[in-house]
Design a protein around this ligand. Structure first.
Ligand code: TMP
Ligand code: ASP
Length: 238
């Protein structure tokens, strides 16, 4: 597969068209780290390769469990081949334990186990700072086609959570919350797209509650790469 043209550069990845097949794209994982809508920037050599490996392992697991994903195959340390799809402009955030913006917005104490899994939608718009939106905002702004699509996104979020929550529990990690994105392929199927990695999830060590994700960068806790390496090590461990 040959990279043709860079069609998009996001905070964590570059997307390239593929010379041989217009239905595919190459996602190239970057070492850049950003937080707070890119107000804080950094870089960690090897982070892109770690996220590529972590996300690939998670997408493969989800595929085995019947979730349709955009991942086709790994091409190199930092590159994967994906199906081209039209990204639904929503960040679907799934939460098991209160922290981050949920604690800040609603005053719920960090670490509170939520009475049920919470699914939230944020409108993907950097200029607006990705605001929280409700179902009616999504429909009013045509971010999805129908109420049925919103129900499907919520259902997929919960299903992915239940698969990953127990997978990570077996690896000694609490899956606190995570963000996922979906795309629609040329046949109208909703596919899990983007990535699932310590950039887009919160993992706490089950015994110590130590943060093992991008909060180490957001909060200047140090050892960012070591935490990502440990997440990968645990994912790959039997
Ligand atoms: P939050 O508590 O800051 O809203 O984040 C919830 C989850 O979503 C957390 O796992 C981090 C992830 N996330 C992203 O992947 N990208 C983002 O832009 C934001 C704000 C959060
Ligand atoms: N807000 C994102 C995060 O903290 C990254 C960014 O927007 O730059 O995960």
């Amino acid at each position: 597969m040959t990279k043709s043209e860079m069609i998009y550069e996001g905070k964590g990845k570059k997307m390239w068209s593929v010379a041989e097949d217009s239905d595919l794209l190459i996602a190239e994982f970057k070492d850049d780290l950003t937080a707070f809508n890119a107000e804080k920037r950094g870089s960690e050599s090897g982070k892109g390769a770690l996220n590529n490996k972590i996300s690939t392992a998670i997408f493969k697991l989800l595929k085995e469990k019947g979730i349709q994903t955009a991942l086709v195959e790994t091409l190199s340390d930092t590159e994967q081949l994906v199906k081209k799809c039209k990204i639904i402009p929503l960040e679907v955030v799934v939460r098991n334990i209160a922290t981050g913006s949920l604690s800040k917005r609603l005053g719920i104490k960090e670490g509170t186990v939520l009475p049920f899994t919470l699914v939230e939608f944020y409108y993907k718009d950097d200029a607006l700072g990705d605001p929280l939106v409700n179902d009616e905002h999504c429909l009013m702004m045509d971010l999805v086609k129908s109420e049925n699509d919103l129900d499907r996104l919520k259902h997929l979020g919960r299903e992915i959570n239940s698969i990953l929550f127990s997978f990570f529990a077996n690896k000694g990690l609490k899956l606190v919350d995570f963000k996922i994105e979906f795309g629609v392929d040329k046949d109208g199927n909703i596919l899990l797209a983007d990535e699932i990695s310590p950039d887009s999830c919160r993992f706490w060590d089950a015994k110590t509650n130590e943060k093992m994700d991008k909060d180490r960068f957001r909060q200047d806790l140090g050892n960012v790469k070591m935490a990502y390496e440990e997440v990968l090590r645990r994912i790959l461990s039997e």
